[in-house]
Design a protein. Sequence first.
Length: 195
Amino acid sequence: MFDATGKNIAVTVIEAGPCVVTQVKTDDTDGYSALQLGFGAAKAKNTNAPKTGHLAKAGLAETPVRELIEFRDMTISKALGESINIMEVFAEGDTVSVVGTSKGKGFQGVVKRHGYSGVGSASHGQHNRERAPGSLGNSSFAAKVMKGKRMAGRMGNDRVKVRKLKVVKIFAEQNLILIKGAVPGHINSFVIIEK
């Protein structure tokens, strides 16, 4: 995107709708107020029986949704089966948080996973130690590696919330929202946008 001064802005395009109300929770029935929204199309043959029965209460048995997300204390009041417009929730210039599953990087060493600098130079008897973690254990007391020590292991594929992202542009007809900043997850992954 380009702003009014001609400066280019890197944005992520997110499809944020149409979202349909699949359940309305109130203080009387559930102990708290919330709206459960459904997003994405799914085939009826790929939807299990409990989800089909749950969506039938909202009149969505013929057109099931793929994802169900619950939002607490929403100011928008909607009935079952109604859709929420993207303009009802967001506006250009809003600051939002995006929740998603980060990209999985597999098993990684300490340099990539934790930012270790490695043992050091290749001199003074060092051999193939540039990316090694170095000494890990304690001295005579404890004489073991303590729990929680940062070591090599699986990296990524975690639930991540990125805060203070800016909404640059909204295309209401296509249900698209353009967000400036780092959005977690790979292309075509599901994310939650919180205001």
